[in-house]
Design a protein. Sequence first.
Length: 101
Amino acid sequence: MIKAEWWYLKQHKLLMIVLFVIMLIPSIYAVTFLKSMWDPYGKLSDLPVAVVNHDHAVDYQGQHLAAGQTLAPICDTLMGWISKLLVPKVPLGASRRENTI
């Protein structure tokens, strides 16, 4: 029975092409999916990050706390973040929280 089916496919070339394309479509999907998931953290250095510092310093239990002024330069030097942007220069989607996780 299987031998007869292969013989039928050899006689009808168009059917053979259709079967090949049907097998090719899931393969293309699998390759593109694997490529997107392979090493997801490899390109994080290319991801732009902006920090808008709206922190106001406070006096709490006798201590002056200015966390934003303390953390922003650390993020600049260690992680390469951009913390010196003015609010009008921040992309519009960031202010609407569209680009946040």
